[in-house]
Design a protein around this ligand. Structure first.
Ligand code: FAD
Length: 392
């Protein structure tokens, strides 16, 4: 078959590209390795920036989000057993964060695309990209449901298949510059069927390491625990997870209880950052995790993927309307935001983490100084709020 744009991957980036292209009247086909049920149930991020929600609203893609998502205006830091709340919304024009699990957004975007007759091919195995250096690239794959081989001829490929996808790997060696950094920290990421024990996100700095309590829904919470590099999920039976969370999140002079519940997912995250420049090669343009990954600190990954997707769809639509200016600027435009977020995430990583025990005493003291700076200086607090909420 033939189309104008072949989109690889039905995650947040690919689905935004596909939905916006359809709205602009540009033909596209999406190929996704997994089943629909799988992508609609994969829990990951949960915090959506104000400007992204506005973008979804503008395109009529936020109806269910507006019914279900909680809007947040503050976050809480805990250090030495004391809590400090930052009302970030008041510091950045009343903008808010929305808590809406990634799989819900993916579900909405799949439904919106298919609902308008979009062509989305699940279970596409062995996807390969060809002739990216020509004006007529193509994509081949095998439909795992039927075993049949398929080929899509196109003008452009949108590589939205995440960090481990095939798109970036299809670029000839040496054409992209890679920036990669390991932050020297692991997070144990835990999803639990437990109602939240807080109204706002909690970031706790503790001598035994960072602990985070993130919000997902009225029945599900996500928690993070800092652990040493090389640690394994096997070392973290459920009882240890709860004991460690209770200890690191504890308050000194106030009563506060952590609501526990069955743990449904435990993963060890190696905190790393990665960016490629430029975000594309020939007729391939990369968007989201395919081009850059960021630590979960600050909650930027999904927001960047959605921002890239919006920019790419707009640039491709402009191409078919006769102008290549946006396409030419696509990589540079996205990378500016990507690097801003990388810098903010790194800054926040340094504020929240110190090596556990005596060795980290100096860094913990610096963390307190950073936090006190935000809490006592309106200028520093406003700068934090702008980055945390995401610049317009
Ligand atoms: P993905 O969501 O990875 O989507 C890529 C799609 O491509 C997938 O559907 C995949 O199946 C498909 N695919 C892959 N390879 C192929 C192939 N060869 N052929 C065809 N299809 C393929 N971000 C935030 O903003 N806030 C948070 O709080 C946050 N928390 C996170 C917590 C966890 C535990 C994790 C893992 C991530 C978190 N993130 C968070 C990051 C966020 O989930 C990602 O940045 C986001 O999913 C990127 O979207 P994407 O569309 O670029 O890639």
């Amino acid at each position: 078959s033939a189309t104008k744009v072949a989109v690889i991957g039905a995650g947040p980036a690919g689905l935004i590209v596909a939905n916006l292209l359809r709205k602009a009247g540009v033909d596209c086909v999406v190929v996704e390795r997994h089943t629909r049920a799988y992508v609609e149930q994969r829990p990951r991020a949960g915090m959506i920036e104000h400007r992204v929600v506005e973008m979804l609203r503008r395109h009529g893609l936020a109806d269910r989000l507006d019914q279900m998502a909680d809007a947040h205006t503050s976050c809480e830091f805990r250090i030495d057993g004391r809590r400090h709340e930052i009302d970030y919304s008041a510091l950045y024009g009343g903008r808010r964060h929305y808590v809406y699990p990634q799989q819900e957004l993916v579900t909405d975007l799949v439904a919106a695309f298919l609902g308008t007759g979009g062509d989305l091919r699940f279970q596409a195995e062995g996807v390969r990209l060809h002739d990216l250096d020509t004006e007529r690239p193509s994509v081949t794959y095998t439909d795992a449901a039927t075993g049949r081989a398929a080929r899509i001829d196109c003008d452009f490929v949108a590589g939205c298949d995440g960090f481990h996808g095939v798109s970036r790997a299809s670029v000839p060696a040496g054409a992209l510059t890679e920036y990669s950094h390991h932050h020297g920290i692991n997070w144990l990421s835990v999803l639990a069927a437990a109602p939240p024990s807080t109204r706002s996100v909690i970031y706790a700095i503790h001598p035994d390491g960072f602990a985070g309590h993130m919000l997902r829904s009225s029945t599900v919470s996500r928690f993070y625990l800092q652990c040493p590099v090389g640690d394994s999920v096997d070392n973290w039976p459920d009882e240890r997870v709860w004991a460690e969370l209770r200890k690191r999140l504890a308050l000194r002079d106030e009563r506060w209880t952590l609501t526990e519940g069955p743990i449904t997912e435990k993963r060890m995250l190696d905190m790393r950052s990665f960016v490629v420049e430029p975000m594309g090669h020939g007729r391939l343009h990369l968007a989201g995790d395919a081009a850059h990954v960021i630590t979960p600190v600050g909650g930027k990954g999904m927001n960047l993927a959605l921002h890239d997707g919006e920019r790419l769809a707009e640039a491709l639509a402009a191409h078919y309307a006769g102008s290549d200016a946006l396409l030419g600027a696509y990589s540079e435009t996205c990378l500016r935001r990507v690097w801003r977020c990388q810098e903010f995430s790194r800054w926040m990583t340094e504020m929240l983490h110190a090596p556990a025990g005596e060795g980290g005493a100096f860094q913990r003291r610096l963390a307190v100084a950073r936090l006190e700076h935000i809490l006592s200086s309106p200028v520093a607090a406003a700068a934090f709020a702008e980055d945390y909420l995401g610049q317009d």
